[in-house]
Design a protein around this ligand. Structure first.
Ligand SMILES: NC(=O)c1ccc[n+]([C@@H]2O[C@H](COP(=O)([O-])OP(=O)(O)OC[C@H]3O[C@@H](n4cnc5c(N)ncnc54)[C@H](O)[C@@H]3O)[C@@H](O)[C@H]2O)c1
Ligand SMILES: [Zn+2]
Length: 369
């Protein structure tokens, strides 16, 4: 493992021409937020959007830190949970902004997990045709995945993320210390995206995860710093090459075709995003053996690492196959009515396939029950 001091701050650059930005990773960044905002030359007025779990833990601390640097901020919070990623909550926020004297120089800080990041990002993208956005991810999933890359949006009852836009943040500040208060089940859920990154892009990192999993999940500082940095590097590279997902960015959807369908069928209640994609990755790994030449032993390693990380790998009897098909067709992962899958040729090398038949899917879902 990389011998980095655990209190060190790391920077990863997302190269997107004029819209390039830094991801700053390290402990204690919340208290230092002002110093990182200063070079962005924002206005003095900001809105901190957060949720009902994160607000009592960190909102005041952040507000104070920004006040010391001369920024005036207001905190708006949402009920915690995926159901807040809705047009209703977005509208609630839009309607509060005029009275708070938000103008085009004002900025939005998304302080929280992926739900807050996606929703606040959507609000920032649309209000006054775009306010400066700072992502301050506090969940593992948000630090390794959702805060980077500019996908923002909300769900509809018919499916996840059906309304939204690409809108890059000006800065991502990932304070790794905030992970200490994250419930363990949420930590494991975020770890599913970490495993995904290794599986699609970096076999060496995957092998590192197999060895260091316990240190990451017990939040050993150097292990966490390494994971967040490596995942951000991988995502930054992918997003720089393909911001709008016309090519390799689609690889990030490994496990998400069936995963999103399961989330939609559970109405986003009782099943966390990472848990859904853990099961989705198992199905996709089996499909990869069948259709993309993945060695069965490598599919076994994926399943084993997910299981060892306390993630679900079996679908059980809960999901009817026809309901899954219907949900998959409604998801964004269908093109001209055909559902597509991300498959692995080998660990670290992904491909997109739209040649998967319903029979193939039926078969692997049966294997994964
Ligand atoms: N935009 C993208 O590219 C992208 C990528 C992956 C996932 N996502 C989206 O991200 C969402 C999932 O994100 P998530 O897993 O972070 O969910 P989340 O935002 O619901 O956060 C998980 C839970 O942890 C709580 N929490 C967050 N940080 C905490 C902390 N430091 N201490 C204590 N509690 C804390 C939250 O209140 C919530 O209850 C999904 O909607 C998914 O679609 C988006
Ligand atoms: Zn995901």
């Amino acid at each position: 493992m990389n011998s980095m001091a655990s209190n060190e701050t790391n920077r990863v650059r997302v190269e997107l021409g004029q819209r390039s930005y830094d991801i700053v990773i390290g402990p204690g960044l919340l208290q230092r937020a002002g110093e990182f905002l200063q070079p962005l030359k924002l206005g003095k007025r900001g809105i901190i959007i957060t949720d009902s779990n994160v607000a009592p833990l960190y909102a005041e601390q952040l507000r104070e830190a920004l006040k010391r640097a001369g920024y005036e901020t207001e905190v708006l919070d949402l009920p915690a949970g995926e159901t807040s990623k809705s047009l209703r909550q977005a509208n609630r926020l839009f309607e509060k902004l005029p009275a708070l004297h938000v103008d085009r120089q004002s900025f939005v800080i998304a302080l929280g997990g992926g739900v807050v990041g996606d929703l606040a990002g959507f609000v920032a993208a649309a209000y006054l045709r775009g306010l400066a956005l700072i992502q301050m991810p506090t969940s593992l999933l948000a630090q390794v995945d959702s805060s980077v890359g500019g996908k923002t949006g909300v769900n509809l009852p018919q499916g996840k993320n059906l309304v939204g836009s690409f809108y890059q943040p000006r800065l991502v500040l990932a304070d790794t210390e905030t992970l200490k208060t994250l419930p363990e089940r949420e930590l494991r859920s975020g770890f599913a995206e970490v495993i995904k990154d290794g599986a699609i892009r970096d076999a060496e990192f995957f092998a590192w995860l197999e060895r260091e999993r316990a240190n990451v999940l017990s939040l050993e500082p150097a292990a966490v710093a390494h994971v967040v940095r490596r995942c951000c590097e991988l995502k930054a590279e992918i997003v720089s090459a393909d911001e709008r997902e016309s090519g390799i960015r689609a690889f990030l959807n490994f496990g998400h075709t069936i995963g999103h369908a399961m989330e939609a069928l559970s109405d986003y209640v009782g099943l966390l995003h990472g848990e859904a994609i853990a099961m989705g990755m198992c199905c996709a790994a089996h499909l990869s053996v069948k259709r993309a030449g993945l060695a069965p032993a490598e599919a076994g390693r994926i399943e084993q690492l997910l299981k060892a990380s306390g993630l679900p790998t079996r679908l059980g009897d809960k999901y009817d196959i026809d309901d899954l098909f219907e949900a998959m067709r409604l998801d964004k992962k269908s093109r001209n009515g055909k559902v597509w899958f991300v498959l692995l040729k080998r660990l670290g090398e992904a491909v997109v396939s739209d040649a998967i038949t319903d029979e193939d899917v039926k078969e692997v879902v049966d294997v994964c029950r």
